[in-house]
Design a binder for this molecule. Structure first.
Ligand code: PEP
Ligand code: MG
Length: 570
């Protein structure tokens, strides 16, 4: 038995064959000498055959896929069938073409780049097809090279997906009926792989060096809480996977009202990105939405969505939660979530650059139009709408955001606390707004100066770091001071991934956090564990975690006092 260790980011004990995510397709070299016996005709035929094979494969996959994945596959299949790309690639094979003859791979690469450029220039809907063209290009080049197609591998049987890391675009076609767990050699606990895994309820481990080298088809056992992957597991681990499958169904339900052992209420809310997510979250019992990531509605857009489009997107979320709280976050573009109409791809340090609220400096008007759309969507729905800005660093920024909200007629402005300066000055920041929400993903990356996407920094990038917990406490204490000074409650919630870790959720509540927002899949586990502790016990566990000398010591000391976690495999 060989065991790989990483950082467990979503619990679960499962058994299954590994399928490796193919490596990204490399650009074919230009200026290659083409042997005299390779004819333009034979190369042209290879391109036609490869395009046909890609099209057939995509159509077959679309036929068995569902939801968003099906749409993506159908759109890509249509693009593969477009004769324009094949024709322009064939033209580039000729020695008479500008720049001379190319190999079939190079000709497809360049032809697709030209098609992509012209679609981009047309703007709007056509520009949104650029990603499809580039995907088709990668598939045709892989086919020509005899390599596996890029993207999530097709499979008839459920499998554990292994990769170096997953990007948001890779995961659009991820079918949770086929992919039963995720393991990556890179990627931090706050990376997109981790967020996606939690959203889909898939057990996952990140930053496990070597897992991207496990042979395709090899059976492994994965424990998402322990962070271990075992190749060729023995009988005891097979039984553990079976036991998990049986008890996971009992953990699947959340009553819709989270109560601690002493009757203390801590509302559990959901993190969502779209109306469809919101419907699922409401079905899962979420007591509202604690984070609507509005940039997720427009990740594939090259241009600013119109106010009408925004009203429709936000209204779909509000409609799922009549009479309940929905916290809308204004566009958090930049770093791991670039939006071409707001962010500059050439910034040297995107995580420290013009991102989140700061894009108001470089693209004035976008924020005002978004607030106008949120207010208009609120007016025709029954949800209780709160609005917050991401990446707020100073009280002045908070005051400016609050003034824009007031001008738009939005009554409950707030800020995300994810920059350490905002945590350190929470009492003054909260003087300006009605609430705060701790974004522990970014707060951890900035407190520890460790890029949240980097696997090698995963140990630093851990919200259990006592330094991060100190910042959470400072924020809660600052908000309490601002509440006392103003005579109005200024609640602090957590909407980072930390809230979805049941043990850490207990600590956060003990530190003074009033609400927790998480992927809907985590609600049941978090409420099951919170129901076993009183507020006094949570406060005692928070003190234990704060006093620990390291993240792992904090985690261990708290977990030791919550035996229910091991019983449930959490
Ligand atoms: C966070 O930073 O914790 C957060 C919730 O925002 P995002 O993960 O979208 O940056
Ligand atoms: Mg953030």
């Amino acid at each position: 038995m060989q065991t790989f260790s990483g950082v467990g980011v979503a619990p679960g004990r499962v058994l299954g064959p590994v399928r490796q995510m193919p490596k990204p397709v490399q650009e074919p070299r230009g200026n290659v000498n083409i042997p005299a016996d390779v004819t333009v005709e034979s190369q042209g035929q290879r391109i036609k055959d490869a395009a046909k094979a890609v099209q057939a494969e995509l159509r077959a996959r679309a036929a068995t896929a569902s939801g968003e994945g099906k749409e993506v596959l159908e759109a890509t299949a249509m693009m593969a069938a477009d004769p324009m790309l094949v024709k322009s690639a064939i033209r580039l094979l000729s020695p008479a073409a500008p720049g001379g003859a190319r190999t079939a791979e190079r000709a497809v690469w360049e032809a697709a780049a030209t098609v992509a450029e012209s679609l981009k220039a047309l703007g709007g809907y056509m520009a949104e097809r650029v990603a499809d063209v580039l995907d088709v290009r990668a598939r045709i080049v892989s086919e020509l090279r005899g390599l596996p197609a890029p993207g999530i591998p097709a499979s008839d049987v459920p499998f554990i997906l292994a990769a170096e890391d997953l990007a948001p675009a890779d995961t659009a076609t991820l079918d949770p009926a086929k992919v039963i767990a995720l393991i990556t050699s890179s990627g931090g606990p706050q990376s997109h792989t981790a967020i996606l895994a939690r959203a889909l309820g898939l057990p996952a481990i990140v930053a496990a060096p070597g897992v991207d080298g496990i042979a395709d088809g090899m059976e492994v056992y994965l424990d998402g809480a322990a962070g271990t992957v075992t190749v060729d597991p023995g009988e005891d681990l097979r039984l553990a996977a079976k036991a998990w499958a049986n008890q996971a169904s009992t953990l699947a339900a959340f009553s819709g009202s989270n109560v601690m052992a002493d009757g203390f209420r801590v509302p559990l809310l959901a993190n969502v990105g779209t109306g469809a997510d919101a419907v699922k979250a409401a079905e899962a019992g979420a007591e509202g939405v604690g984070l609507l990531r509005t940039e997720f509605c427009f990740l594939d857009r090259d241009d600013e969505p119109t106010v009408e489009e925004q009203i429709a997107a936000y209204g779909a979320v509000f409609a799922a939660f009549p009479g309940k709280k929905v916290v809308v976050r204004t566009l958090d573009a930049g770093a791991d979530k670039p939006l071409p109409f707001l962010t500059n791809a050439d910034e040297p340090n995107p995580a420290l650059g013009v991102r989140g609220y700061r894009t108001d400096l470089t693209s004035p008007g976008v924020l005002e139009r978004q607030l106008e759309a949120i207010a208009a969507a609120e007016a025709v729905n029954q949800a209780e709408v709160w609005v917050m800005a991401p990446m707020i660093s100073t009280a002045d920024e908070a005051a400016h955001f609050a003034s824009l909200c007031a001008a738009a007629g939005l009554r409950t402005p707030g800020v995300m606390v994810e920059v350490p300066s905002a945590a350190l000055t929470a009492a003054t920041v909260l003087r300006e707004v009605s609430f705060a929400s701790l974004g522990t993903n970014d707060l951890t990356q900035y407190a520890m100066a460790a890029d949240r996407q980097l696997g090698p920094l995963a140990t630093l990038n851990d919200p259990w770091q006592p330094a991060v917990l100190q910042l959470v406490k400072l924020t809660a204490d600052g908000a309490a001071a601002a509440s006392a000074a103003s005579g109005t409650a200024k609640p602090v919630g957590v909407c980072g991934e930390a809230a979805a870790d049941p043990a850490l959720a207990v600590v956060l509540v003990g530190l003074g956090v009033a609400t927790l927002s998480m992927s809907a899949r985590a609600l049941a586990a978090v409420s099951t564990v919170l129901a076993t502790v009183t507020m006094a016990q949570a406060q005692q566990l928070a003190a234990v975690a704060l006093a620990a000398s390291s993240a792992s010591a904090a985690r261990q000391a708290v977990r030791a006092q919550l035996p229910i976690l091991d019983e449930l495999g959490l």
